[in-house]
Write a protein that binds this ligand. Structure first.
Ligand code: ADP
Ligand code: MG
Ligand code: MG
Length: 899
């Protein structure tokens, strides 16, 4: 028969699946000999069985009774007995901590008789007994019977008011509380339809069932969806003998962290509330005292607590967070777990614990979260300014970093203002993919609707732009181009500051500071002494030592290239050449190329472009001397270099009406119409363009090789890799290279130079290329997975439009995660696996990389390690993230679950 109930002495910390986190750790502490009140845990399996069948599984209730009897014997009391009652708490506790799921019922076992017994037990302290009973009625009604909690809170407030102005709950005496209790019971009867249950065992059964059911409550489901926790885990139920922190001034309750969870500093940190029961600390009923005050109030218990904290920290080998209660000078520990901490504290603690010898170097490396590394480099509002300023709104901290700028309300305005050098904050109700061009030029983004997975949040995080989302106090009036929040009107052009770390929005420009890490990286000597920088350097050094993946960056300009190099990039994995076709002078030439009617006209256009392109490449090869640079030949369809079709058609139509001479525009429009494609992303682009316009790629190859020759002549060391995009068949690549290789040879001959590193390869970004990679590899020196297009073509999702429904897709678990953020292992990942295996088999010296957005996503980097790629390439500001993730996957899994 399945065992459904475990005494605290029977479990341990590794049994979280079965006993939940709270239960497993209560058991662990019991076995360590720490002062935990006795109790037992009903397993998550019992919960799942109950939920499946709508009834207790066979044997469960008997087992509970057996353990309860044992508990009664141990405590020498009987649950709810009239003279000397045993009271218990009934506490939910899933594998992962889920705040807001279901609360705890304390003081269970009280009824009209046992309340007198409790008073007697406590030296005729009627006040205490009534306080305990009214709390129990309140919690039981709210949590087990779902009576609206504010009814009780209002009644409590009026009782305090009636006592005297500003009275606190501790000012109510025994009589006040007795009257309040009457009122509570009346509320209960009115809403439940029956009297408050007096049978302690019935109270217990109802409470257990309520905890089971709470697993499927709306709050719990919402929380799980938001935090990607499985619905199949169930919750355990912990039954714990009560200890009382509300028995006078020598009692109290608190929460303690073994180190400061905000700064990471090695100092005990926490809150203490004298004469109170557990939930008061969190509920904010009265102002808590700093933990250190306990040293004065009760030095003996404080000393003991410090002892327990240090024992727990050595035992769990990590920072622990602890709930404790002191009853008449006696310390009890009611909960512990490895504590949550800020991204900043995470690094400090890992480094300190490594220095203290508490954990190994590799453990320290695994203690920091690569997904949060970027946060450490973001600008922050200076501490003094933040302390003084008052936010006009608070939203979700959707993308880290602080930013100030002038408010604009449309993406087009953002673009226009930014172009004339203004720093802007884009304020919208929500954003859509149509806003993208305005978002990426903004200092920050503020939305009044939408959650942490809204379009605005996802794009902002992806682009490293600070964002506050879902600030619903912000009321936007788009027609007047203004918003108001908290009574403050803000018009277009007014300056605001947003804090993507906290979600706060301020009027005016608050002083911002570079992060300590950014300052240190730029060589600031003071910042270079900061503990966070030491921690960063030390753990990054370890990541670099152990990682097998190389890390390159995607960079299109010399500035981006040097920036990436400073961050540790070991090459450029993707240098896009399309921006080299923009800018007035160039667009002119590009258009001439597009309009050319004879080979001579086309060549003339290339002759203009060639020297400009060469200069671009010279800058990049200089910046990356000694490191490989993968240059991708032109990829986008040509219409991107022409005016917008609709706008141009309107212009021509209007001009005609006015009888203007529009020969030039009409010619342009004809060409635009001619180039128009129904599906440009699947159209004449990439290698197809190279084949249709052979002079184009030849010109680019000439520019690249001439630039490399020049840099070599200067004493540099250019390492050139030329990459053909959007190849689907081996023949495409073979024929293309057959044309291009001789161009390079000729150029080098003419320049009288040789290059030791000149490779030719292709992107793998179409499913057909992936599954025929064995053939393609025969004619390629390297592959680079273009996972943006590969995801787009494998799913048939348009990357530019998926924002409209990807949130819903994630919510309904139709996809495990946004596949444009994290590589979809079973589908796209499998294509990559096939391509790398078969590519390697056909050409053992081929080298493999990835250059899609995924190259900077920790989970995807880990996947790339697993399938044996040689490098990942990511945007410059993700280089450190990728280095860290590559180091972590090399030493083990990033999940340290056994703590
Ligand atoms: P949560 O998971 O929301 O923290 P808990 O089950 O930990 O809920 O309980 C809420 C509060 O009640 C905590 O402060 C806890 O320490 C306190 N508490 C729980 N059980 C007992 C008990 N047996 N005796 C005294 N206080 C308790
Ligand atoms: Mg708790
Ligand atoms: Mg592509």
């Amino acid at each position: 028969m399945t065992k459904y109930v475990y005494d605290f002495s029977q479990g341990n910390k590794d049994m979280k699946d079965l006993l939940g986190g709270k239960g497993a750790n209560l058991a662990e502490m019991t076995n360590m000999g720490l002062p935990v009140p006795p109790g037992f845990t009903i397993t998550t399996e019992a919960c799942l069985a109950y939920l499946e069948h709508g009834d207790h599984p066979t044997g469960l209730l008997d087992e509970v009774e057996e353990h309860l009897t044992r508990l009664e014997r141990a405590m020498q009391k009987t649950l709810g007995e009239a003279d000397d009652p045993l009271l218990v708490s009934v506490r939910s506790g899933a594998k992962f901590s889920m705040p807001g799921m279901m609360d705890t019922v304390l003081n269970l076992g009280l009824n009209d008789e046992s309340v007198k017994g409790l008073a007697r037990q406590s030296g005729d302290d009627l006040r205490f007994a009534h306080d305990a009973y009214r709390r129990f009625v309140q919690m039981f009604a709210k949590i087990v019977m779902e009576v609206p909690g504010d009814l009780f809170e209002h009644a409590l407030d009026s009782a305090k008011q009636a006592k005297f102005e500003g009275a606190q709950d501790t000012d109510l005496d025994a009589d006040d509380l007795r009257m309040l209790l009457e009122e509570f019971r009346a509320i209960y009867k009115k809403h439940v339809g029956s009297d408050f249950p007096q049978d302690p065992r019935e109270q217990l059964r109802l409470a257990i069932e309520a905890v089971f059911r709470s697993w499927n409550g709306k709050r719990a489901r919402d929380y799980r969806r938001q935090n990607k926790i499985s619905d199949d885990l169930g919750t355990a139920v912990n039954i714990v003998a009560m200890v009382f922190g509300n028995r006078g001034d020598d009692s109290g309750t608190g929460v303690a962290f073994t180190r400061d969870p905000a700064t990471g500093e090695k100092v005990p940190y926490g809150d203490y509330l004298p004469n109170a029961q557990g939930e008061d600390v969190v509920a904010g009923i009265r102002n808590t005292l700093p933990l250190a005050d306990l040293a004065r109030i009760d030095p003996v218990s404080y000393g003991e607590l410090l002892q327990v904290m240090s024992t727990l920290e050595r035992h769990y080998r990590d920072m622990c967070d602890i709930e404790f209660t002191i009853e008449k000078g006696r310390l009890w520990i009611l909960q512990t777990r490895v504590g949550k901490r800020t991204a900043f504290a995470e690094w400090i603690m890992a480094y300190d614990m490594l220095e203290e010898g508490l954990i190994s170097e590799d453990e320290a490396l695994l203690r920091v979260d690569a997904n949060r590394l970027e946060e450490l480099f973001k600008r922050v509002i200076s501490t003094e300014a933040a302390a003084q300023a008052k936010p006009i709104a608070n939203g979700l901290n959707a993308s880290p970093g602080a930013a100030s700028g002038k408010v604009v309300f449309t993406a087009d305005d953002a673009e226009a203002w930014a172009r004339r050098g203004e720093r802007v904050i884009l304020v919208r109700r929500e954003t859509t993919p149509d806003d993208y061009h305005g978002m990426i030029v903004s200092q920050g983004i503020l939305t009044s609707a939408g959650g942490t997975n809204s379009h605005a949040a996802v794009v902002a995080r992806g682009e490293g732009i600070p964002a506050v989302c879902g600030a619903d106090q912000v009321k936007i009036d788009l027609r007047r181009k203004a918003f108001s929040a908290d009574g403050t009107p803000v018009a277009e052009g007014d300056v605001i500051t947003i804090d993507g770390f906290s979600g706060a929005v301020y009027v005016g420009e608050l002083p911002l500071e570079e992060s300590v890490l950014e300052k240190a990286r730029e060589g600031d000597p003071v910042a270079g002494e900061a503990p966070i920088w030491k921690a960063f350097e030390r753990l990054m050094r370890r990541a670099d030592e152990v990682r097998r993946l190389r890390v390159r960056a995607n960079a299109d300009t010399p500035e981006q290239a040097s920036n990436a190099r400073e961050r540790g990039a070991e090459g450029i994995g993707l240098c896009r050449t399309e921006h080299m076709f923009l800018g007035e002078e160039r667009v002119e030439a590009v258009r001439r190329m597009i309009f050319a009617e004879t080979p001579e006209e086309e060549q003339a256009a290339y002759d203009v472009l060639l020297p400009l392109q060469r200069e671009d490449f010279v800058g990049i090869f200089r910046a990356m001397s000694g490191l490989p640079v993968t240059v991708r030949l032109l990829d986008p369809p040509l219409h991107e270099f022409l005016p917008n079709q609709v706008a141009l058609a309107v212009e021509v139509a209007l001009g005609r009406e006015r009888g203007e001479d529009l020969e030039e525009q009409e010619r342009l429009l004809r060409k635009v119409n001619e180039l128009h494609e129904a599906n440009p992303m699947l159209g004449l682009r990439g290698v197809r363009l190279g084949i249709v316009k052979p002079g184009l790629y030849a010109m680019q190859v000439r520019a690249i090789v001439e630039a490399a020759a020049q840099v070599k002549a200067e004493g540099g060391d250019p390492k050139v890799e030329i990459m053909i995009p959007l190849v689907a068949t081996r023949e495409e690549l073979r024929q293309m290279l057959e044309e291009l290789r001789p161009v390079a040879v000729r150029e080098l001959d003419e320049a009288g130079q040789t290059l030791d590193h000149l490779e030719w390869g292709t992107m793998i970004e179409l499913p057909r290329a992936a599954v025929t990679a064995g053939e393609i590899a025969e004619v390629a020196d390297f592959f680079s997975f273009g996972t943006n297009d590969l995801t787009q073509t494998a799913f048939g999702f348009s990357r530019d439009d998926i924002g409209k429904f990807v949130g819903m897709y994630e919510e309904r678990k139709l996809v495990p995660a946004n596949p444009f953020v994290t590589v979809d292992r079973p589908g796209v990942g499998r294509l990559m696996q096939i391509a790398s295996d078969e590519g390697r088999a056909a050409n053992p010296s081929i080298h493999l990389g990835i250059c899609g957005e995924h190259g900077g996503d920790p989970a995807s980097v880990m996947f790339c390690h697993e399938i044996g790629l040689d490098y990942v390439s990511c945007s410059p500001f993700r280089v450190e993230t990728a280095r860290l993730a590559a180091g972590q996957v090399a030493v083990g899994t990033a999940e340290v679950t056994s703590r």
